[in-house]
Write a protein that binds this ligand. Structure first.
Ligand SMILES: Nc1ncnc2c1ncn2[C@@H]1O[C@H](COP(=O)(O)OP(=O)(O)O)[C@@H](O)[C@H]1O
Ligand SMILES: [Mg+2]
Length: 219
């Protein structure tokens, strides 16, 4: 049975998002689903150009508000050009980060007014939200150890910005983790917190079970 579903993966650095997206995508393809994977910021040529603007150190020091606006400009393109068309043709779309990362990083991490962020995101995508969100939860110290900080090309853009906060870096990541958990509490139906400290297969199993229950595919 093929059907559309929009799944997002959220969580801090090194929580296993990319790894688990690859595993889930392979599994769903085996099940006969058509799968589109994407990432934020990015996923269209325009949105990737915005990603480059944010990640290039010499492109300027964006303030959190400017970042929220840039992320949402990229998001509008991704939603309109990639995500919605894929869902309309019965594909499963999996995004590496989405709306919740902006709330967690700029809202909880950088302590921007959550109401401002919510207003901007509503303006950008209206009531378009994922069907299902996995929040991969891990102690930030452990997650940061996992992610190889030397591989700049693989790093999430906000890491670079966090370089400015070296002394409070861990505090930032703790606020971030707490932010994701708060989001999960507030949107318990959509968000599933996954214990990302488990081994890879156990994490994949937890995710698969929930996706199966949504898609009703054979186990
Ligand atoms: N459950 C796990 N146990 C041990 N190592 C893991 C686990 N999940 C991911 N990793 C490893 O941690 C690193 C970061 O994983 P990755 O999927 O890139 O995380 P993210 O995309 O969330 O930053 C990779 O080297 C990956 O192999
Ligand atoms: Mg990743």
């Amino acid at each position: 049975m093929r059907q559309s579903l929009f799944i997002t993966f959220e969580g801090g650095e090194g929580s296993g998002k990319t790894t688990q997206i690859n595993r889930l995508s392979s599994y769903l393809i085996e099940q006969g689903q058509k799968v589109v994977t994407t990432r934020e910021p990015g996923g269209t040529p325009e949105a990737e150009a915005i990603r480059d603007l944010i990640v290039q150190r010499d492109a300027g020091d964006w303030t959190p508000m400017a970042e929220v606006l840039l992320f949402n400009a990229a998001r509008v393109m991704l939603v309109d050009k990639v995500i919605k068309p894929a869902l309309e043709t019965d594909k499963v779309v999996i995004s590496d980060r989405f709306l919740d990362s902006t709330v967690a990083y700029q809202g909880y991490g950088h302590e921007m007014d959550l109401k401002d962020i919510d207003a901007i995101q509503k303006l950008a995508v209206h009531d378009f939200v994922p069907d299902l969100t996995f929040i991969l939860d891990i102690d930030p110290e452990e997650g940061l150890k996992r992610s190889d900080r030397r591989l700049a090309g693989e790093k999430f853009v906000l890491d670079r910005q966090e370089d400015r906060y070296e002394n409070m870096e861990l505090e930032f990541h703790k606020r971030l983790r707490n932010g994701f958990l708060e989001i999960a509490k507030q949107e318990a139906e959509r968000c599933h917190v996954i214990d990302a400290t488990q081994d890879l297969d156990a994490v994949t199993e937890d995710i698969k079970k929930i996706v199966q229950s949504k898609l009703k595919v054979a186990a």
